[in-house]
Design a binder for this molecule. Structure first.
Ligand code: ADP
Ligand code: MG
Length: 253
């Protein structure tokens, strides 16, 4: 089991990040830290900049200004070699799954291993099978194509791929969106298991209040380009910021 020797140092440090698209300001000086081995959630209304922030943390988009450090690496001015090295250390489960339709589940899960390692095919197949099992999918699911999977199976297959390279850090964009309550409940258990058994740090975007109450150690509420509050669900529930209250009381966006 992985232990957390350097739990003092944040895994992600975001400081004064600003992002605009044209004259639309999405992040207006945003600060937050994610600690090692915590389950951290980003919440906020539709369009509040959650996915954009995630894209910035995984080097798919650059903020206009401010600083983002991930696993000790400053993303500003990062070179190609450092980018490659960093990408090996985190896994991402995208909102739409992001699996290749022309490949089976096992081939999708093996892809990061083919791209980033020199392991022989037989070993890659074994690792892929292991990751598929870790997410609770049956071994036969490895032979299926994404179009043959239910929503819940698709999420698990996508998670198996995110776990392929044994990441330290896992990003999940809306892991329970579109799932029936039963499949969604399985995701709680899975997320907690990944943290408790493997010491993964997990950053997730979600609107799912059940999931937040079940697994999130800390939650940051985004609105109007800023973090409006950050804390456990119990702490947030007692904050009187209107943007936070809206999340607990009002319709969800
Ligand atoms: P969330 O995930 O919180 O719903 P997003 O980060 O996806 O929000 O989007 C935040 C805002 O930025 C939205 O108004 C969205 O339309 C806009 N936006 C996101 N990506 C782009 C882009 N590539 N070009 C233009 N506008 C974008
Ligand atoms: Mg989004």
């Amino acid at each position: 089991m992985q232990t957390n020797t350097d739990s003092g140092q944040p895994v992600i440090e975001i400081s004064q990040v600003t992002t605009s698209f044209g004259d639309h300001i999405v992040h207006a000086g945003l600060d937050l830290d994610v600690r090692r081995a915590e389950i951290f959630a980003l919440i906020g209304g539709s369009g509040s900049g959650k996915s954009t922030l995630l894209r910035e943390m995984i080097l798919l988009h650059r903020p206009d200004s401010g600083s983002i450090r991930v696993l000790g690496t400053d993303l500003h001015g990062i070179g190609d070699d450092e980018t490659l090295a960093l990408r090996r250390r985190y896994g991402v489960m995208f909102q739409q799954g992001g699996l290749f339709g022309s490949l089976t589940v096992a081939e999708n899960v093996g892809l990061p291993l083919r791209e980033h390692t020199d392991l022989p095919d037989t070993l890659i197949d074994e690792i892929a099978a292991l990751k598929i099992a870790m997410t609770g999918l049956a071994p036969e699911a490895g032979l299926q194509y994404p179009s043959e999977l239910s929503g819940g199976m698709m999420k698990r297959a996508s998670l198996a791929r995110a776990l392929a390279l044994d990441p330290e850090l896992l990003f999940l964009d809306e892991p329970t969106a579109g799932l029936d309550p039963e499949s969604a409940a399985g995701v709680d258990v899975l997320v907690r298991k990944l943290r408790d058994m493997f010491g993964l740090t997990i950053v997730m975007i979600t609107h799912d209040l059940d999931l937040l109450w079940q697994v999130a150690d800390r939650v940051a509420v985004l609105a109007e380009g800023k973090v409006q509050g950050i804390g456990s669900m119990v702490e947030l529930e007692h904050m009187d910021n209107p943007a936070i209250r809206q999340f607990f009381d009002g319709p969800r966006g």
